[in-house]
Design a protein around this ligand. Structure first.
Ligand code: AHR
Length: 505
């Protein structure tokens, strides 16, 4: 196969918001307890957080993290997680049928996030609670002193306010499974009023209103229209969620779901524009894709489990073993976010540790990374700057999820200093390598800095990293790509993800 692509310094999509590479972590399964937090673990710090996990998190350079849920947040009382740990109540978590000990609450999590160098993005409970609890939570977190909630925080040893600027207005409120699920208009009104209350605390505060739980929901995209008609002027982002899997064991169709996601983003962009025009609004709303990932390898098994469970504490839930195909998929989805960075400003991989995660941690054991860690890390490290428009010409295929899909999937990012470009290139072809030719216009002195590749080795195809063999699927120095007469030329192996860094003038 042969595929050509071209970029031009002046043909740009948008400045990428760094928060495109954010993450999500929920009080669910072993994400928090025995994931990031495990007092007694050989690497635990004085607060009980695992340093081995923290190190793997830090290497991702994650800009922001959404917390504490997820479905969990819709019946959560944030006040259960503050004050002396020995006085905190144990509660039943209705979302995941588990026992919540509240040993980690906002102050512990804030400390972890600071140690990890990540900004917090907090969700408020609009399922069983509402405006008052949301405003109290913001006051506890953000107000300096001299009020009930701010002085309570200071009494809990946190003198300085956290200054949290990103607030999510509930979670998946369109989903019948959600505790406190609502109709669109009802939720839109509540979100509008809650957002006003949250924003009253300071100028920099931004809010995220819930869009549909995914693009297959019966109320999609009418939900978005109705919700936005109620709250457009008072919110900043609308959330999108989507989980993926190769359930039908058809890899090309799996990869075509990336195009399907592009259409999802485009459709919500259309709804945003429609409501803006209808309301004669002056503000813009962007997309916060605050839950995305691959989730299917053990989904059926887990769903049987959690309804049968007798409220266990931190059960192993959704601990996915990702293979090479999943890593290539994740790289491709991140490429789509880069290509759509004019609309998508924030995106959160869901989740971060143990639960559908790039990082795994054995209880009282080792921490290690799954295959999807690598493309996520490359995108986070090198995908910052300006997204360039990439024109692609090459072989195509039709699939159920989308038609006329390119085998060659490319995104290109010009670094903020304008001196380097990172090209993320995928050959979706299962067995055939692809002759790659990338023309760079408006750039001089193009030189290859680095080429890292995953794939191209059929023995990797169906295996997954494990605690014992955490390096089975990992990037290796790429071969077969060179800069010739200012263009990138070479071969992308079959079924491969490639991160190509170039220095330019
Ligand atoms: O990430 C797991 C769950 O998926 C979240 O709790 C929920 O928001 C979504 O349905």
């Amino acid at each position: 196969m042969k595929g050509r692509a071209s970029i031009h310094r002046d043909f740009t999509v948008a400045t990428i918001d760094d928060r495109l590479y954010s993450a999500f972590i929920e009080h669910m399964g072993r994400a928090i307890y025995s994931g990031i937090y495990e007092p007694g673990h050989p690497t635990a710090n004085e607060m009980g957080f695992r340093k081995d996990v923290l190190e793997l998190v830090r290497a991702l350079n994650i800009p922001a993290i959404r917390y504490p849920g997820g479905n969990f947040v819709s019946a959560y009382k944030w006040e259960d997680g503050i004050g002396p740990r020995e006085d905190r109540p144990v509660r039943l978590d209705l979302a995941w049928r588990s026992k919540e000990t509240n040993q980690v609450g906002i102050n512990e999590f804030a400390q972890w996030a600071e140690d990890a160098g990540i900004e917090m993005m907090l969700a408020v409970n609009l399922g069983t609670r509402g405006i008052e609890d949301a405003r109290n939570f913001v006051e506890y977190c953000n107000h300096p002193s001299g009020t009930y909630w701010s002085d309570l925080r200071r009494g809990h040893g946190v003198e300085q306010p956290y200054g949290v600027n990103m607030w999510c207005l509930g979670n998946e409120m369109d989903g019948p499974w959600q505790i406190g699920h609502m109709e669109a208009k009802e939720y839109g009104r509540l979100a509008d009023e809650t957002s006003k209350a949250v924003k009253a605390f300071g100028k920099g505060i931004e809010t995220v209103v819930c869009g549909s739980s995914n693009d297959q929901m019966p109320t999609y995209p009418e939900w978005e229209r109705q919700v936005l008609e109620e709250c457009y002027e008072n919110v900043d982002y609308i959330s999108l969620h989507k989980y993926f899997g190769n359930n039908s064991r058809n890899t090309l169709n799996y990869f075509a779901k990336i195009e399907e996601t592009g259409r999802y983003i485009q459709a919500i962009g259309g709804v945003i524009d429609y409501v803006k025009a209808k309301k004669r609004a002056r503000n813009d709303i962007y997309i916060c894709f605050d839950e995305w990932n691959v989730w299917y390898h053990n989904r059926e098994q887990d769903s049987k489990n959690w309804h049968a469970w007798d409220w266990p504490e931190a059960p192993a839930l959704l601990e996915e073993d990702y293979n090479l195909e999943d890593a290539i998929f994740v790289g491709g989805l991140l490429n789509e976010f880069i290509r759509r960075s004019d609309r998508v400003k924030i995106a959160c991989i869901a989740q971060l540790v143990n639960v559908i995660a790039p990082i795994r941690a054995e209880r009282n054991g080792k921490a290690w990374v799954t295959s999807i860690y690598h493309p996520y890390r490359f995108a986070s490290l090198y995908g910052r700057g300006t997204a360039l428009n990439v024109a692609v010409d090459g072989p195509r295929y039709d699939a159920e999820a989308a038609q006329d899909v390119n085998y060659l999937d490319v995104a290109a990012v010009l670094a903020p200093d304008g001196r380097s470009i990172t090209v993320f290139a995928i050959n979706r072809g299962l067995d055939e390598s692809l002759e790659f030719d990338l023309a760079l216009h408006g750039f001089e002195n193009v030189r290859l800095i680095d080429h890292q590749a995953m794939g191209g080795d059929s023995t990797e195809a169906r295996v997954a990293n494990t605690c014992e063999q955490p390096d089975r699927i990992r990037p290796r120095e790429g071969t077969g790509i060179a800069v010739v007469d200012g263009a990138v030329k070479g071969v992308l192996p079959a079924f491969s993800y490639n991160m190509i860094r170039l220095s330019v003038d």
